[in-house]
Each structure stands twice: as C-alpha cells, then as structure tokens.
Design a protein around this ligand. Structure first.
Ligand SMILES: *Cc1c(COP(=O)(O)O)cnc(C)c1O
Length: 359
C-alpha cells in the first residue's frame, strides 16, 4: 500500500461536521426527540398515500426541473417560475447560493450564534466567514452586520427567525439594513420557520424580494410541512441568482417522491397550517410555563425555545435525557428545545422547573 493519500483541498481542514439532533433514546420507557426542530405530527394520510404509490416507480429518475412543484410554487407566491429554484432541503439550496457567489478571498457575513450550516458551507467554498455576534438579547445585530460589509462581501445570511434563539428582526430594521447593502451583495433571508411567525411586524421575505433584485428568500418543506426526511426546499430569487442555482444543483437531487409530497402538502396546506397553529399554541404554553418558573427566554417566533444556561447547559441536557426527552445543547451557551408532542413539552417543563429550583 502506498504511504501517500489523495490530496484534499486545504479548505476542508477544521470544518466542523454537521451535528444532527440526537435521536430519541431507545430502551427507556418514553423517549421524545426535541433536538432537531422537526414537526412531531406524522405525515398526512393523503401525502403518505401519494408517496407510497410513487415508490413503485423509483427505478426512474425524477423530473430534473421539478416542473410540477415549481409551477405550484410559482402560482402560490405569484412569482415567475424562472425565479424559483429547488434543492435538497433549503440547506442544499443555501450551499448552492454560497457556491454561486463566494470563493477564496470573498467574505460571507452571518450572525453568530445562528444556523450551524452557515460556517460549514462557507468554509467548503473557501470563502471567509465573518461572524457578527447577536445582541445581548440574542437578536441579529443588523447595524453591526451592515458595518461588517467590505468590498469582498458577496453574501449575507439573515436567519429570520434565528436558529437557535427563535428571535426575529422586524420590517423597519430589516428594510433599513437592506438599504445599506450594496446592490451587488446577495442577501439571503432564511425563512425556514416562516409559518410559525405570529408577529405581524415581521416582514414576509417574498415582499422584500419583489422590490430588491439582491434579495433571495429560502424556504423549506422540512418544518411546517413535516417533510424533513424527504429533503426538499427552495429559493425565490431574481435572475441571475435563480439561474446560478439551477447551474449548481446536483442533478436529480430532489426525488420524485419529495417533489410530489411537496405538491400534495401545498394542496393540503390548510390542514398542515392548522397543525402549525396547534404547535404555536403549545409554544405559547411552554413559554408561559417557563416565565412562571422564573426563566427569562428570548421571545421566540419559531417552533423551538432557547434557554441561555451557560455552564449549566450540559447538565440540563443530561437531566432532560434522563427524564425522556432529548434536546439540543450548545455547550457553554444554552439549549434549544423543539416544541413537540404535548407530553414531551410537559416533561421538558418539569425538568426546567426542578432545575430552576436548584439554581
Ligand atoms: C431547519 C433549517 C433549515 C432547513 O433545512 P432543510 O435542509 O430544508 O431540511 C434551513 N435553515 C434553518 C435556519 C433551519 O433551521
């Protein structure tokens, strides 16, 4: 055997591997997974039937252009079909966006802490990440992000609501920020949790995209629509960004099953958004419960809550696990807890209550 090994790109050194939410423990009495912001509801029967029927033809490649889904989305949002680009989850589309805009010597700005995929996809592209700390209230610091723009900036992510803190930026401040961004810098509004927002002051990114050619909106079927396991998301962007996304897509990345499940989900939107409504009620119940226990939590508009626990983070996650729920710890910072089944939320609240008393 040769002593040498294949030469890999230096940019890959030190890339953190994406950490999936821990699976629910097996073997215990009850186990709930509140670590990945998934939708706790099982697939709708109609969507499941569609998927099952399609399984009989997976010897065929899917529709490369995702035409049916693109057409459905184009009507749904009132945007030209050429402005829609699909991908393997919105993370896949986010990676294509970075690949399309930034390479070595270029800069990608995003808040920190924010979505874990941003540093990974930035580093893979060879571009330099510029991380702008959240404010003390765990909100995007848009002024500081605008200040961080240089001649090398190519792309800026704004995660609204922010993962993992659940906090939002509102219309006036976002518009003020966009006014400061040069027209040749792409702003990506990552709206993975858009359907969970109940604050009317949070703008729909699609309205901002309409007037601004450098704004791109990212959406996903993974959260509100419950299709996380099928991997389908999309961007709404003007040309030439949308065209670049079609060039950088992995051919046939979105399976026919995913495409049709997404179409069926859009057609069953009322029912799915009803489920989102129930999750929002649960979110409010959990947040009120935490407040009653004496916790301070940043206002969340997503399907999760953020508890800033600092050094207690790992101990808290372990206590949750012993009680039957797995959550997502960010050691030294805090925990992100998905709003799940009512019983799971109750277990989390109970652990939080016990923990609070010992602080
Ligand atoms: C979950 C999530 C996504 C979506 O991921 P998919 O690849 O579509 O499953 C994108 N952005 C953020 C901030 C998320 O939390």
């Amino acid at each position: 055997m040769s002593e040498t090994s294949p030469k890999l790109r230096a940019e890959l050194e030190g890339i953190p591997t994406y950490k999936p939410g821990k699976p629910a423990a097996t073997g215990g009495p009850v186990a709930y997974k509140l670590s990945s912001n998934e939708n706790p509801y099982p697939p709708l029967p109609g969507v499941l039937e569609r998927v099952t029927a399609l399984a009989a033809s997976f010897n065929r490649y899917p529709d490369l252009a995702c035409s049916g889904l693109v057409e459905e989305l184009s009507q749904r949002f009132g945007v030209p079909a050429s402005h829609i680009a699909t991908g393997t989850g919105s993370v896949g589309v986010a990676q294509q966006l970075v690949q399309s805009t930034a390479g070595p010597g270029d800069e990608v700005i995003y808040a920190w802490r924010s979505f874990e995929a941003y540093p990974i996809i930035t580093q893979i592209s060879g571009a330099t990440a510029v991380q702008v700390p959240l404010t003390a209230g765990d909100v995007h610091d848009l002024d500081a992000m605008a200040d961080a723009i240089t001649e090398r900036t190519r792309l800026i992510f704004v995660c609204n609501p922010n993962n993992p803190t659940g906090t939002v930026v509102r219309r006036a401040e976002l518009e003020r920020f966009l006014d400061r961004v040069p027209g040749d810098v792409l702003v990506v509004l990552d709206e993975a949790y858009r359907e969970f927002i109940r604050d009317a002051e949070v703008p729909d990114g699609v309205t901002l995209y309409r007037e601004r050619p450098n704004v791109c909106v990212l959406r996903t079927f993974s959260k509100a629509y419950g299709l996380a396991g099928l991997r389908v998301g999309f961007a709404i962007a003007h040309e030439p960004v949308a065209a670049a996304l079609r060039k950088t897509a992995v051919p046939f990345g979105v399976s026919q099953i995913a495409q049709e499940a997404a179409i069926a989900s859009l057609q069953a939107e009322d029912e799915l958004l009803g489920r989102v409504g129930s999750l929002v009620c649960e979110r409010n119940r959990v947040v009120e419960g935490l407040h009653a226990q004496g916790w301070t939590v940043p206002e969340t508009q997503a399907n999760f809550v953020w508890l800033r626990l600092g050094e207690q983070t790992v101990a808290f996650a372990a206590a949750c696990e012993r009680a039957g729920v797995v959550i997502r710890p960010f050691p030294g910072e805090g925990v992100r807890v998905t709003i799940g089944e009512n019983e799971a939320n109750d277990i989390f609240l109970k652990v939080a209550e016990g923990f609070r008393k010992e602080l």
